[in-house]
Each structure stands twice: as structure tokens, then as C-alpha cells.
Ligand binder design. Structure first.
Ligand SMILES: [Fe+2]
Length: 183
């Protein structure tokens, strides 16, 4: 980017470009994560989210079209970093339940990043009157929230011990907050 972002409109477009890049990178990453997972539930969970992610990419592209833009090759550095971290962990972890646990943790970090990014973009879309773009982004947000919730439940199911690793505050409430806001 050569020129500085100086209006909320430009910031919104930048956020959409960033989200497009994030979803594009995640199509690749989720393919690898699905093949690295040991349990069939986690493999099918990643495979399902991979399909959703392909839809997310199309919806973000549609949202860009709504504001007269197209993907411009912006790279989402945040997701790039989270994927690099996850790949490092995948290489460093023994195949099996511990790797599955690492994959879930890495995937949830990505979901939380995306949830925050979608919420920020949706707020700007409404503020700027891009209601069709907001509706598209909202569909993605709801699927990200649900995915995070499902991953949290999978993580709980994989940890039969209720020792210090299980955080009782982590009840998947992200999705509940999202539903109450958008109900
Ligand atoms: Fe997504």
C-alpha cells in the first residue's frame, strides 16, 4: 500500500481485503490440518470448515464487489503468523491425541482472530450503509462462531480428565454472545 488509509471507507475496504486474504490462506491451511488430525471427528470437523471457508471466501469477494472493489493481493499478516505458528507446532508434536489437541488450539486462535475481524468489519459496514455487505459478513461470522463452539466441545470431549488443563470459564460462550447480539 502506497497511500495512507485516511477515511473509514478506506479502512473498511482494507479490512475486507485482509479478510479475503485470511480466508484464502485458510483454505490451504485447513486442508493440511484435516489430513494431520488423528480422530475422525476432528478430521471431518476440519473438512466441514474447509467447505465453509470456500463459501466465506466467495462472500467476502461479493462484499468487496458491493463496495466496487476486487481482491487486490493484500496479505493478512495476522493469519499468516497464526498459520506459521500452527505449522511449527504440527511439526514439533507427535501424531495422536496431543497433536489433535494442538490442532484444536491453533484452529481456535484462528477463529477468534476471524470473529474479531468480522465483527469490526460488520460494524463499519453498518455505519457506512453497506447493508448487503454487512449481511454477507454476518453469515461468515455466525459460521466462525459456531465452528469455535464445536472446536471447544471437541477439545472437552478429548480431555476426559478435568485437571488444570480444562478451564471451567471456557464454556464456548463466544457463540452465545454472538447470538444474543444478532438475535
Ligand atoms: Fe472463515
Amino acid at each position: 500500500m502506497t497511500e495512507k488509509i485516511s477515511t473509514v471507507d478506506e479502512l473498511f475496504i482494507h479490512e475486507l481485503q485482509d479478510l479475503y486474504s485470511a480466508e484464502e490462506q485458510l483454505v490451504q491451511a485447513l486442508t493440511k490440518m484435516a489430513s494431520a488430525a488423528d480422530t475422525s471427528e476432528l478430521r471431518s470437523g476440519f473438512a466441514r470448515h474447509l467447505e465453509q471457508t470456500r463459501h466465506h471466501l466467495r462472500r467476502v469477494e461479493q462484499a468487496l464487489n458491493e463496495v466496487g472493489e476486487k481482491p487486490d493481493g493484500t496479505v493478512c499478516k495476522g493469519i499468516e503468523g497464526l498459520i506459521a505458528e500452527g505449522e511449527g507446532l504440527m511439526t514439533a508434536t507427535t501424531f495422536g491425541p496431543v497433536l489433535d489437541s494442538a490442532l484444536i488450539d491453533a484452529a481456535r486462535k484462528v477463529e477468534h482472530y476471524e470473529i474479531t475481524a468480522y465483527r469490526a468489519a460488520i460494524a463499519k459496514a453498518h455505519e457506512l450503509g453497506f447493508n448487503d455487505a454487512a449481511a454477507l459478513l454476518e453469515m461468515n461470522l455466525q459460521e466462525e462462531e459456531l465452528t469455535d463452539h464445536r472446536l471447544q466441545q471437541l477439545a472437552q470431549g478429548m480431555m476426559p480428565y478435568s485437571g488444570p488443563a480444562a478451564d471451567p470459564r471456557d464454556d464456548g460462550s463466544e457463540v452465545i454472545v454472538g447470538q444474543s447480539v444478532h438475535a
